[in-house]
Design a protein around this ligand. Structure first.
Ligand SMILES: Cc1cc2nc3c(=O)[nH]c(=O)nc-3n(C[C@H](O)[C@H](O)[C@H](O)COP(=O)(O)OP(=O)(O)OC[C@H]3O[C@@H](n4cnc5c(N)ncnc54)[C@H](O)[C@@H]3O)c2cc1C
Ligand SMILES: NC(=O)c1ccc[n+]([C@@H]2O[C@H](COP(=O)([O-])OP(=O)(O)OC[C@H]3O[C@@H](n4cnc5c(N)ncnc54)[C@H](O)[C@@H]3O)[C@@H](O)[C@H]2O)c1
Length: 482
């Protein structure tokens, strides 16, 4: 076995790992980037980019579907599944190509291929070929979709999101398990592209929402358009005898079972951080119940050790911009160690690209019920009669905004509605800037724009801050039942 020595070893060449590698190099350290799979990152290969490509095709189909309501008739709509998937794959390959080009630009001696595993706090074994000795480490190993073993046993027609973007045609039908971000984004996109889709949600959750009023509106918006069955569990999955599909048995809240056939079952029930085959038991690090090392979210340092953890691997906020921020902080601190410094953490912002879009920014309702119980007020707006939303036939949804009683400081918001991706930015910037509701209402609002709906919600919030008692949370943990 070959032995390599380096100052910093970065495990995983995804977004967090690549950013971490560049930060450690910028800190003047000899750095080795270790990757077990192909280069290209989860985001570009099987995540953010191909999913948004599929959603854009679905948006185009949907626009034609609603056009007659404006008096515009597009004629007979045909969806060419092969052409849809061809564009998804070719544009995806283009994005992946840019990432691979970046990695190609790194010096050859900085890269190593193989699965890394700690065999001591300062040593990694890479496959069966190399021993790496390093002074500091960045764990940036990402996450893996969860597919329960009993579903996987039904064969190759049980898939995760990874498989969707390699299809060369759209299937006739897909059962989706999970009403989280992936289940709803992909489920709605496929349904809008003419695929027969049923989405099973074992509870009542909708993506990342926690506000009960927004959740209620979101459930209605989803069930109005899609076959979403809340409070319905997938209890059995078997292969079809011809091997061309799966037989899915589900059970609703009354215990009633239903058996249906689909071409695929897409498991979208969450992703697990890749910390289990890493030999972390050989590092001496303290770990939580999921096996993730305890770390400081401002420095990414695990305990007071020379090991840092970034991106989906730490499961804090499994999103692309966070992976990049984590990676930068971890790589920088690995280079500076032991002089570790807090890095820039931004206000939380999460966007789900369904239609209506879903956005949460700043502190969520469920977080405020814990941190500010009895000390925050709520304002809201429904988009049903909001002028511009109605003009665009996108008048569905609700925004709820939160502020602190004593100071009037804006704390966060949850919404489903039109242009949530833009409103999400606006409101998360306001949280990060520490604005009060009063200061936000002094800002310009044009006409007619969806942001006038934000103003309505803020005016309502200002009123509640002045005249009403503090919002009393009905529950301590408001997360919907799983
Ligand atoms: C379908 C889907 C859609 C998404 N859409 C969005 C979106 O719209 N917006 C958004 O912000 N986020 C989105 N995300 C989330 C986003 O893709 C991830 O948060 C982000 O890519 C995580 O980056 P990472 O660097 O932590 O992990 P990754 O990019 O997965 O990198 C981890 C790397 O580590 C390697 N590795 C693992 N273990 C080892 C080991 N032991 N040795 C060596 N190498 C190892 C892996 O092979 C992998 O290359 C989406 C995710 C999915 C699945
Ligand atoms: N637009 C985006 O930013 C975007 C898009 C896709 C994915 N992502 C990231 O990827 C992560 C993973 O997405 P996801 O949708 O897989 O996870 P998720 O955590 O968003 O949703 C998982 C869903 O599965 C349900 N569930 C869990 N266990 C189950 C079981 N045994 N049976 C049935 N249902 C079960 C949960 O109640 C939940 O509704 C997200 O947290 C997100 O950060 C982000």
């Amino acid at each position: 076995m070959k032995t390599l020595r380096t100052e910093v070893a970065v495990i995983g060449a995804g977004t967090a790992g690549m950013t971490g590698y560049r930060a450690a190099k910028a800190g003047g350290k000899q750095t080795l980037l270790i990757e077990s799979n192909v280069y290209g990152t989860t985001c570009a290969r099987v995540g953010c980019m191909p999913s948004k490509l599929l959603i854009s095709a679905a948006d185009a189909a949907h626009m034609l579907h609603v056009a007659p309501r404006f008096g515009v008739s597009p004629g007979q709509v045909r969806i060419n599944g092969k052409a849809v998937m061809e564009r998804v794959r070719s544009e995806r390959d283009r994005f992946v190509g840019f990432v691979v080009e970046s990695v190609d630009g790194y010096p050859a001696e900085d890269k190593l291929h193989g699965h890394a595993r700690f065999i001591s706090p300062t040593q990694l074994q890479i496959g069966d070929h190399t021993l790496v000795e390093a002074e500091r480490f960045v764990i940036a190993t990402g996450s893996t979709p969860i597919v329960p073993d009993e579903w996987r046993a039904a064969g190759p027609r049980v898939i995760s999101s990874d498989a969707v973007f390699d299809w060369d045609d759209l299937p006739e039908s897909v059962a989706v398990a999970g009403t989280g971000v992936i289940g709803l984004e992909l489920g709605q996109a496929l349904a809008r592209l003419g695929v027969r889709v049923t989405i099973f949600g074992r509870g009542g959750s909708v993506a990342q929402l926690s506000d009960p009023e927004v959740l209620q509106v979101a459930r209605r918006a989803m069930t109005d358009e899609l076959d979403v069955r809340f409070k319905t569990k997938v209890v059995d999955v078997a292969p079809q005898s011809n091997g061309l599909g799966v037989i899915v048995t589900s059970e609703d809240a009354n215990g009633k079972q239903h058996t249906e056939q689909f071409a695929y079952l897409l498991s979208a029930i969450g992703r697990r951080p890749n910390v289990h085959k890493l030999g972390l038991e050989n590092t001496g690090l303290q770990r939580d119940h999921q096996g993730i090392p305890l770390y400081d979210p401002h420095t990414m340092q695990c305990g007071d050790s020379h090991i840092f953890i970034a991106g989906d691997a730490n499961n804090e906020r499994p999103q692309l911009p966070e992976a990049a921020d984590h990676g930068r902080i971890a790589g920088d601190n690995a280079a500076r160690y032991p002089d570790v410094q807090p890095g820039l953490r931004r206000t939380p912002l999460a966007i789900t690209f369904t239609e209506p879009q879903i956005a949460t920014m700043g502190s969520s309702y469920s977080e405020l019920c814990v941190s500010h119980a009895g000390r925050f007020a709520i304002g809201k707006v429904s988009f049903e009669n909001q002028g511009r939303s109605r003009v665009m036939l996108q008048n569905k949804g609700m925004l709820r905004v939160y502020a602190e009683y004593a100071t009037g400081r804006f704390l966060g918001a949850e919404m489903i509605g039109p242009r949530a991706e833009n409103i999400g930015h606006l409101l998360s910037w306001a949280v990060q800037a520490g604005l009060t509701v009063e200061a936000m209402l002094d800002m310009p609002f044009y006409h007619p724009v969806v942001e006038e709906g934000v103003r309505t919600a803020l005016r309502d919030l200002a009123h509640h801050l002045q005249h009403e008692p503090a919002h009393d949370c009905p529950c301590v943990d408001c997360t919907p039942a799983p």
